[in-house]
Design a protein around this ligand. Structure first.
Ligand SMILES: Cc1ncc(COP(=O)(O)O)c(C=O)c1O
Length: 357
């Protein structure tokens, strides 16, 4: 049965709100009205602007690629869907990491792919291990799908491992889709894998790391012929993007330093606090957080659905239960809360863990 919805996304959107949402996987929202914007900047002429060149150029400049390698999309979500739709035909084999962001599985399933998995093992710090890809890939594989940073663990794949995966894919006649929505929260952020060659297709957005999820500014980076196919395919889906949002995205790129602000320092502080917290807890097993906005500890108390339920009921706090990543003994926490809130959230998490001991 092909997926016709995302259980995870529905849960993420409509779960009851809590005061301390460790579920959050993005930095604090950035208020665009803190930038010098006037209504005239939005170019409200009522017209569509197909493949709006200034936005394409801004994305291209940020990634040091040419404009014809850039396809705009509504968030990384639509970017992933569009990339997969251009690369997968019904019945094609698609190899997806495990654990994985559920929507990657859902999109491939919706498109009729035959989904196979390869492991990113907690024992190997969730490393992208090319040997695991090599064991699972076949000549029927058309696409290998990975996240970098890895959601949920934030493990960073280095260029050597990515290149090795690229060689395996190329030998099978497949491409590699790298979802890079969290990559710019690596410290320091590496370049996009699109620079590793035409076998790589990369997606990202101004959402998670930039606090602009409401803008829905996303993109795909791919070799020009494939990018052109994606633009043509998008004529079937959304035709064009909302022009005021395109204008706002251009303005965000012009002021990207202000948009980023002190988020790298905030994430570094919260990661440090998290690492100290884990060090003190015998019931948690977690690789030290070095990069990213999320961590994915293993809890000795088994199914983390219970932990999330107790956190919500008694502590006005929440985590993402690992069942959403097919690993129920793990849970995901996010580092995007303001540091005082993050500190308090960890106090509450500690209390809930103690209750369940
Ligand atoms: C790996 C991954 N890709 C894409 C997305 C969605 O990103 P966007 O808001 O840019 O659509 C998420 C959101 O959680 C994610 O974790």
């Amino acid at each position: 049965m092909r997926a016709m919805q995302s259980g995870y996304m529905h849960w993420a959107k409509f779960k009851p709100p809590v005061r301390y949402p460790l579920t959050m996987s993005e930095v604090p929202h950035f208020r665009m009205d803190s930038l010098p914007i006037s209504i005239a900047d939005l170019d409200l002429d009522g017209a569509s602007h197909p493949r709006y060149a200034p936005l394409r150029e801004a994305i291209a400049a940020r990634h040091h690629v040419s404009s014809d390698q850039v396809v705009a999309a509504d968030g990384t979500s639509m970017a992933n869907f569009l990339a997969m739709a251009a690369l997968i035909s019904p019945g094609d084999e698609v190899l997806i990491e495990h654990p994985a962001y559920e929507l990657l599985l859902g999109a491939a399933s919706f498109l009729g792919a035959e989904i196979k998995r390869f492991e990113r093992n907690p024992e190997e710090a969730f490393r992208l291990n090319p040997a695991k890809v090599g064991e699972a890939i076949s000549e029927r594989t058309r696409l290998v799908v990975v996240t970098n940073l890895h959601n949920p663990s934030s493990a960073l794949a280095d260029e050597e491992d990515l290149r090795a995966v690229g060689r395996l894919a190329a030998a099978a006649g497949a491409r590699v889709l790298v979802d890079e929505v969290y990559l710019d929260s690596a410290a320091p952020a590496p370049r996009s894998a699109v620079h590793l060659g035409p076998d790589f297709v990369c997606t990202s957005s101004l959402t998670k790391v930039y606090g602009l999820s409401g803008l829905r500014c996303g993109w795909i980076l791919a070799e020009p012929d494939l990018a052109e196919r994606m633009w043509r395919l998008n004529d079937l889906f959304g035709v064009n993007q909302a022009h005021p949002a395109e204008r706002l995205a251009c303005i965000a790129f012009e002021h990207i330093g202000e948009v980023i602000g002190d988020n790298p320092a905030l994430l570094a502080r919260n990661r440090e606090r998290w690492n100290a917290f884990v060090d003190e807890r015998a019931d948690l097993d977690c690789i030290p957080a070095q990069h990213g906005i999320t961590a994915f500890p293993r809890w000795g108390g088994a199914d983390t659905e219970r932990l999330d339920a107790l956190l919500r009921e008694r502590y006005d706090t929440a985590v993402v239960p690992g069942r959403w990543f097919e690993m129920p003994e793990h849970f995901r926490v996010g580092f995007g809360l303001a540091t005082p809130d993050f500190k308090e959230a960890l106090n509450r998490l500690a209390a809930a863990l103690d209750d369940l001991q």
